[in-house]
Design a protein around this ligand. Structure first.
Ligand SMILES: *[C@@H]1O[C@H](CO)[C@@H](O)[C@H](O)[C@H]1NC(C)=O
Ligand SMILES: *[C@@H]1O[C@H](CO)[C@@H](O)[C@H](O)[C@H]1NC(C)=O
Ligand SMILES: *[C@@H]1O[C@H](CO)[C@@H](O)[C@H](O)[C@H]1NC(C)=O
Ligand SMILES: *[C@@H]1O[C@H](CO)[C@@H](O)[C@H](O)[C@H]1NC(C)=O
Ligand SMILES: *[C@@H]1O[C@H](CO)[C@@H](O)[C@H](O)[C@H]1NC(C)=O
Length: 696
């Protein structure tokens, strides 16, 4: 019914005489037959809407729309594209899909909306995609998924959600969905319940759960048991505990029930055990089995006309590759290209591209030992070996690398310019080694690197400019090292979305010149550092308050002074932490000061805050000397007095605009996010929220 009304509405709209342009006939896009399928390629055409375009009505086609500016999709956006069988919308800055946007796309089997800024999947976001089998939505800002988000997708088998902000999957979200492949890496999941979640994906063939902060408590026991009962090799990659501390870094499969539930002696019988494998098939038709190494791919029964779309065998390759691939059995694979695969490694062709070379856990002590050199290697896995140094000469033959995994070796030495040739490298894992210093020279050449993982090393020093060599870096993982400080401007020129600094030795972090450069951050981990809750931390605290708990993953606990030991310093007021700063100010002002931190959260302009931070650091540190303390207080006191007065008057008129902003944020949910809390500049907000209304 809804469908008809909406279709009627659009046809009326067109009947009103608006001209539509056929993207093929008018050569707006390039339309070519490739292997019997028509490809309508409208990449980077600057489209902001599709309402005034049409595409062939007599033929099925794949529709490529990546790199346009389709930031919001309105109902019937694709009404003139009903013959599309796949839809590619990567990199559009897409942040809102109004329910009904996909109406009419009954033939689409594959939808790619990855690398956008989508914050939520609502109940009818996917309404109309009756035949969808493959949904790729990685690298978005997804946090909220409605329990009914996928209810219309009764054929969905592959769901790719890695690198989002998902902290929980709602109950029954998979109730009507025959999922076989699920990628949840790089989210914020702490647990996954069996009841109403895992039990509803009995047909699972591959699942990826890496890089989530798994909370290894009793609650995770059901996940552990479920993983033990799904088909062998269905779990790809590791499930590593983040909490509690005693299990940190441990693989879930290596924990015992006793570890997870130390307080219970026996299994809690109320905990449902997952049914055995034989019983787990769903009552309905079996999901199509999936062949990883199958000849390219195969269509699902009754798939799209004209060959339609398929689930490719290399579904993982399109997304972030994972280190873990079946060892052992893969060992004696026939060599690729007629070349022998070096040193007991296994080599696999990545369909449509180069080689994947797996040398994990092969007792490799130097890269120089891997002979012969295969030049078309794109993914090189060397985890769990005994490599202690890496040199430039080791990589001259690997210039096509996209992923390099050197995790869990003994690497202490990285020669300058080692990676100079690796211009295409996007993912670099060097976790669990013995690195102690990071410098620009060591990472020179990595101009396309997006992901750098150096957790669990012994890094004490990061030299200025280290990350300047990597302008595309988005994810930086530095936790569990020995860091005490970061150099000024270390994040200048990179726009990190995710940063892990937990479990280091930071006592405070400067805002000016360091944290204020994290303008695109959507997730930062800072727990497990010995924060010193003294005056120097005030600007940092205000910065953290501005980010809010959505960005800041975890509690920040004071280590010193003793009276604040283990206290969450977000709960302490600034004048408790730094009484000196407020001592000189008259009591009436002090009482205001308690509330004034709230100012930062309203989202109003906060540049004046950064200025105060600069002042308080530079003035208070020398203030340890008694002589300076007195004069410093006077200066700071006066400054604060002046600023506060300024802010109070600002606040008065900000109060009304603050509530306005709040309601705007709920209506137009992502403008706040994708420009980052600091860049939430007026222009953007007005465009996003002002110029469109939901009903237009
Ligand atoms: C077609 O629509 C555009 C905006 O959607 C409008 O500016 C234009 O005047 C319309 N043309 C006709 C012929 O109605
Ligand atoms: C646990 O999983 C890891 C990674 O998949 C694997 O290397 C290890 O052998 C497993 N351990 C056990 C005890 O199964
Ligand atoms: C690993 O290699 C070293 C020499 O590089 C050799 O001495 C050792 O026996 C090897 N270990 C295994 C388990 O093969
Ligand atoms: C590596 O680069 C740094 C910084 O330019 C330099 O100080 C160091 O001497 C270089 N090391 C070698 C071995 O050339
Ligand atoms: C802070 O503000 C709240 C409400 O805005 C008010 O109830 C409270 O009294 C204020 N506290 C101080 C110390 O001014």
């Amino acid at each position: 019914m809804l469908l008809w009304i909406l279709l009627l509405e659009t046809s009326l709209c067109f009947a009103a005489g608006n001209v539509t342009g056929d993207v093929c006939k008018e050569k707006i896009c390039s339309c070519n037959e490739i292997e019997g399928d028509l490809h309508v390629d409208c990449e980077k055409k600057g489209f902001t809407s599709l309402q005034r375009f049409t595409a062939p009505t007599s033929q099925f086609y794949h529709l490529f729309l990546h790199g346009n500016s389709l930031t919001r999709l309105f109902p019937n956006e694709f009404a003139n594209f009903y013959n599309a069988v796949s839809l590619h919308m990567e990199n559009n800055g897409l942040h809102e899909i109004v329910p009904g946007a996909f109406l009419g796309l009954q033939l689409v089997k594959r939808l790619h909306i990855n690398n956008n800024k989508i914050k939520s999947f609502r109940k009818q976001t996917f309404l109309g995609l009756d035949d969808l089998e493959y949904l790729q939505a990685d690298f978005n800002l997804l946090r909220d998924i409605d329990p009914g988000a996928f209810q219309d997708l009764n054929k969905l088998e592959v769901l790719i959600l890695n690198d989002n902000l998902i902290s929980t999957l709602p109950a029954n979200v998979f109730q009507y969905v025959p999922i076989t492949h699920l990628d949840l890496r790089g989210n914020r999941l702490k647990t996954l319940p069996y009841e109403e979640v895992l039990e509803q994906i009995p047909g699972i063939a591959e699942i990826l759960l890496e890089d989530n902060p798994w909370d290894c408590t009793c609650d995770l026991l059901s996940l552990k048991e479920w993983l033990e009962n799904i088909p062998k090799n269905a779990l790809i990659g590791r499930v590593v505990c983040e909490a509690p501390t005693r299990l940190q870094g441990k693989d879930l499969n290596e924990t015992t029930e006793q570890d997870l539930c130390p307080l219970k002696h026996r299994v809690d019988s109320s905990l449902p055990a997952p049914p055995a494998q034989e019983e787990t098939f769903p009552p309905g038709p079996l999901p199509t089995p999936f062949k990883t190494n199958g000849q390219e791919d195969h269509a699902t029964p009754g798939s799209a006309p004209n060959g339609g779309t398929k689930i490719p065998g290399n579904w993982q390759i399109k997304i972030r590759p994972t280190a873990a691939i079946g060892t052992g059995s893969a060992r004696n694979k026939p060599p690729a290209n007629g070349l022998p695969c070096p040193g007991g490694c296994s080599c696999d062709h990545i369909p449509g591209s180069g080689l994947k070379m797996n040398c994990n856990n092969r007792n490799v002590s130097s890269l120089a030992d891997l002979k012969p050199k295969l030049s078309n290697v794109q993914e090189l896995f060397l985890r769990d070996n005994k490599i202690h140094s890496i040199r430039k000469s080791h990589f001259v033959d690997y210039k096509n690398l996209i992923l390099l995994d050197l995790g869990n070796n003994n690497i202490a030495t990285v020669e300058n310019n080692t990676f100079k040739n690796l211009l295409d490298l996007r993912w670099l894992y060097m976790d669990s080694n013995y690195l102690d210093t990071l410098s620009r020279e060591k990472f020179a050449g990595l101009q396309n690197l997006e992901y750098l993982n150096v957790e669990y090393n012994a890094i004490q020093l990061i030299l200025p400019g280290t990350f300047n060599a990597m302008p595309k870096l988005r994810i930086l993982i530095l936790n569990n090292n020995l860091l005490r400080s970061l150099p000024v401007d270390v994040f200048a020129g990179v726009s990190l979305s995710k940063l892990s600094l937990h479990n280091n030795y930071f006592m405070y972090l400067p805002v000016a010149g360091v944290l204020d450069q994290l303008t695109s951050i959507i997730q930062i981990d800072l727990h497990g550092n010995p924060w010193e809750c003294a005056c120097t931390i005030v600007p940092f605290k205000q910065w953290a308050e501005r980010l809010g708990s959505e960005v800041l993953m975890s509690d920040l606990k004071c280590e010193t002074p003793v009276n604040f030991f283990r206290k969450d310093f977000m709960l302490l007021s600034n004048d408790e932490i730094c009484p000196q700063l407020y001592a000189r100010i008259s009591p009436t002002l002090t009482s205001h000061s308690k509330n004034s931190t709230g100012l930062a959260e309203t989202g109003t302009h906060s540049n004046s805050y950064l200025d105060t931070s600069r002042v308080s650091i530079s003035v208070l540190v020398p203030g340890l000397l008694l002589v300076f303390v007195t004069s410093a207080f006077t200066v700071v006191g006066m400054l604060v007095f002046i600023l506060r007065n300024r802010k109070r008057s600002k606040r008065r008129d900000a109060n009304s605009s603050a509530s306005e902003i709040n309601s705007l944020q709920t209506v137009c949910d992502s403008s706040y996010w994708h420009s980052g809390p600091y860049n939430a500049d007026g222009a953007h907000r007005v465009y996003d929220c002002g110029s469109h209304s939901l009903s237009d």
